[in-house]
Write a protein that binds this ligand. Sequence first.
Ligand code: NDP
Length: 249
Amino acid sequence: MANSGQKVVLITGCSSGIGLRIAVTLAKDEKKRYHVIATMRDLKKKDKLVEAAGDAYGKTLMLLPLDVCSDESVKQCINSVKDRHIDILINNAGVGLLGPVESISIEEMKKVFETNFFGVVRMIKEVMPDMKKRRSGHIVVMSSVMGLQGVVFNDVYTASKFAMEGFCESMAVQLMKFNIRLSMIEPGPVHTEFETKMMEDVAKMEYPGVDPDTVRYFKDVYLPSSIDIFEAMGQMPDDIAKCIKKVIE
Ligand code: NDP
């Protein structure tokens, strides 16, 4: 349970990557300012987080199951937080999808929107009433540079982040009236499993009916240059975690 003076922070998607490092960084805060509720959809994946949290596990860090695509799971998770009191919500969970629209089914596209867009909307809708009552709170949303600019064969992922940016920009003004802050984080490439999954998607990619010049551009220009950018400028999940710590301070 949180000590008085500690802020309750709930983070989505803590089984790996950026979410895991945000949870550990905040739980290990030198002044113990945060009581971290690290959530993941499958608690069987908790070992990496528990190991990285070390002594903080069970003290400043606790775990809860949460699938942002399920109304019921979102409700259950927030209801199990004492008094539903969350000071800071960090919407980190997200999925990527790379490939030409021609080869992706509408069902696959909907799954991306279910997580990256409706997942965030669900969480905000669930925590907002209590934040409004207390007239305080901070909602952080993990967007991407691809929430600002379209990128070849990232059409659906990009669209899901654009949608979230639009939703959050509109909400921010309304939340401000209740003293609730809304911050968007827009990282460039970060070395996580996201990158690994992206390369797996590339290996399986098919290009039915796609203009051959676009395929050539993707394979010969875009892909090698994005690998170069990852290698030269890719950030580590810890860099993003430190950035978020600054944002919520
Ligand atoms: P990872 O794939 O390492 O982590 C994604 C996390 O989201 C995992 O914990 C995953 O859980 C979780 N997740 C997926 N679907 C759900 C769901 N329905 N409910 C709850 N959790 C879910 O990737 P990153 O750490 O890189 O990604 C984190 C965020 O950062 C994403 O929003 C991504 O869009 C964004 N981002 C990433 C960049 C990058 O280059 N890596 C760049 C810019 C933004 P599970 O293990 O169960 O799949």
